[in-house]
Design a protein. Structure first.
Lengths: 59, 360
């Protein structure tokens, strides 16, 4: 079960990659690609009312 | 014999049953490849756990151990099977609970079936199965494009005995399978469910999905007792109305086919230090994966070496990634003593450091 999803940035540019952290603390780096099953999982998680963490690359 | 006259069915003495001609639409049907590991315990949710390409689907129906087993039918040439074992029972599932196995067949590998035309080919699914329970289990194929299902079932006649099952499916003349890298077929082996998946009217014709049909024939409730087991191996889906002998592939060929969907990353990759503590590891995908993959960090420490054979170890594994269809850059921090812009090679890691996943 997904705990958090974060957009990843590199030099303030979105890398087209997200980081999922599951409730068991395992992590998966996920591309912004609708053919990817983990990205589909993110879309379902968002559709359930959850929000992707987006720090805007201001790390 | 001229290459153009070699029959599609191969060069064996009995050409209908022998030879390697990639007639099996199932990848890793002999369960020999298990890149994620050979045993996974405490399973209560969907996932790929051990044997490549076979996904466990579970919703609130017991707790399970999924393993790559060496228990196989005698004298058939198999070395492995996939085993499901119940470790926490649930004899009274709620309506929406379910337990089954999926295997997805990529759509562009199904084009020769000519689905959606009057020449649609019939299919035969065969496999070896064993369980401590006797009774009937439901077997379906879902065609993703078109949203159609076809139902079938098989009976386990003797407890704790390997039995070969052969199931026939007519071709679908109505619905085309798109020629793409999405899912063509979802093969379903039902093991247990609540009432939302029972009570329908299963059909041996392709029909619109109705969840009530999906486990309608199942009389076995595999989750009802701790210690219940179900094994499967030798899975083959092929054109025609009869099952040929299982098509064994060399291990390396089988692995390479699995690596279109899942592969390991580890020793041999190169990294470049961006500071005394940080490194970017380069991961080219030498053969294309099905789609842009996900990357799971497996280890919590990554060991590297420089040209003088001095070792540098990160204590935190992969902390960032930038992925596309051709490769990935993985970010690693918490090294010490790196020289910025120097190159380092991953070596002597006890296991693979990450799993790349482009599964369906």
């Amino acid at each position: 079960m997904i705990q958090t999803v974060e957009k990843l940035y590199e030099n303030s540019q979105f890398t087209n990659t997200y980081k999922i952290v599951y409730t068991d603390n395992s992590e998966v780096f996920v591309p912004h690609d609708t053919a990817n099953r983990h990205y589909q999982e993110i879309l379902e998680w968002v559709a359930e009312g959850n929000t992707i963490t987006d720090n805007g690359g201001g790390e | 014999m001229a290459l153009s006259t070699i029959p599609f069915s191969g060069l064996g003495a009995d050409a209908s049953n022998q030879g390697v001609n990639f007639r099996n639409l199932i990848i890793n049907g002999d369960m020999s490849i298990a890149q994620r590991g050979t045993s996974s315990t405490g399973i209560t949710s969907n996932g790929y756990y051990t044997v490549d390409r076979f996904q466990t689907i579970i919703s609130s129906l017991g707790t399970w151990t999924n393993s790559q087993s060496t228990d196989v039918p005698t004298g058939q040439g198999f070395s492995n099977s996939l085993k499901m074992e119940c470790t926490t029972a649930d004899a009274s599932p709620s309506a929406g609970d379910n337990l089954l196995l999926y295997h997805y067949v990529e759509a562009q590998n199904c084009q020769h079936l000519k689905f959606g035309t009057s020449n649609a080919e019939s299919l035969t699914l065969s496999f070896w199965v064993k369980s401590n329970k006797t009774g009937t289990l439901t077997q379906n194929i879902r065609q993703i494009d078109g949203g159609k299902f076809i139902n079938n079932s098989y009976t386990i006649n003797s407890a704790n005995t390997w039995e070969k099952k052969t199931l026939n499916f007519v071709g679908n003349t109505a619905d085309v399978i798109d020629n793409d890298n999405g899912a063509g077929f979802q093969i379903e082996w039902w093991l247990d469910s609540g009432s939302n998946f029972r009570g329908g009217t299963p059909s041996s014709s392709w029909h619109t999905q109705n969840n009530l049909d999906r486990n309608a024939d199942g009389t076995i409730s595999l989750a009802d007792t701790v210690g219940n087991t179900w094994y499967i191996t030798g899975v083959q889906l092929e054109v025609g109305t009869s099952a040929s002998d299982f098509e064994f592939l060399p291990y390396d060929v089988n692995l390479q086919r699995c690596e279109r969907y899942t592969r390991r990353l580890g020793d041999g990759l190169w990294g470049k230090a961006s500071s005394t503590t940080n490194m970017i590891i380069q991961c080219p995908f030498f053969s294309p994966m099905r789609a842009t993959p996900s990357i799971s960090a497996i280890t919590s420490a990554i060991k590297t070496s420089d040209v003088t054979a001095a070792d540098y170890t990160s204590s935190t594994g992969i902390t960032s990634a930038n992925i596309n269809a051709y490769g990935a850059r993985l970010g690693c921090i918490n090294f010490s003593g790196l020289t910025s812009a120097n190159m380092y090679i991953l070596y002597d890691n006890s296991s693979y450091i990450a799993l790349i996943d482009a599964e369906l």
